[in-house]
Design a protein around this ligand. Structure first.
Ligand code: FES
Length: 158
């Protein structure tokens, strides 16, 4: 998605000069672009009067924010202890092989981003994969194949 400075400026101004906060401005930009472009960080620093370093600290502290463009679909594998013991490394391997990317990367076509996350608080369902915010539990290679098939299929018909 192409970055629009005017749009980013508008989002930030709404928050900076209204009742909003830096976090809500960053959330709005993250939602719009699926990441925080550097232009947004610079504008936010200027409008909120907060040093760049502080905004980067906020942006890197919260998992919800990303400084790199993400794919259309985001797949997260829980690597917490319970999920790890129940097979999340194999689940991650399968996803990496099928998508041709490593954890932390986005596919060249910008359709898929693969991430690892810490405990999601649903250990009994492990290993867990979160796809675009939707939890899938007790994952294994067969379930990964089915999950990806449905994602690939949805891309074919969109
Ligand atoms: S370790 Fe995966 S949900 Fe807790």
């Amino acid at each position: 998605m192409e970055i629009s400075i005017e749009e980013i400026d508008q989002i930030i101004n709404q928050e900076a000069f209204g009742e909003g906060s830096l976090i809500t401005a960053l959330e709005a930009i993250q939602t719009r672009y699926s990441y925080l472009p550097s232009e947004a960080i610079i504008l936010a620093s200027d409008r909120f009067g907060i040093p760049l370093s502080q905004i980067y600290s906020v942006a890197t502290f919260y998992n919800a924010f990303s400084l790199k463009p993400k794919g259309k679909h985001c797949l997260q594998v829980c690597m917490g202890t319970a999920c790890h013991v129940r097979g999340s490394p194999q689940v991650l391997d399968r996803l990496q092989t099928k998508l041709g990317i490593s954890a932390g990367e986005t596919s060249r076509d910008h359709l898929y981003t693969l991430e690892t996350v810490n405990c999601l608080g649903a250990c009994a369902l492990g290993p867990i994969v979160v796809t675009d915010g939707e939890y899938s539990g007790q994952m294994n290679s067969q379930k990964i194949d089915r999950l990806l098939k449905s994602l690939f299929h949805s891309e074919d018909i969109s």
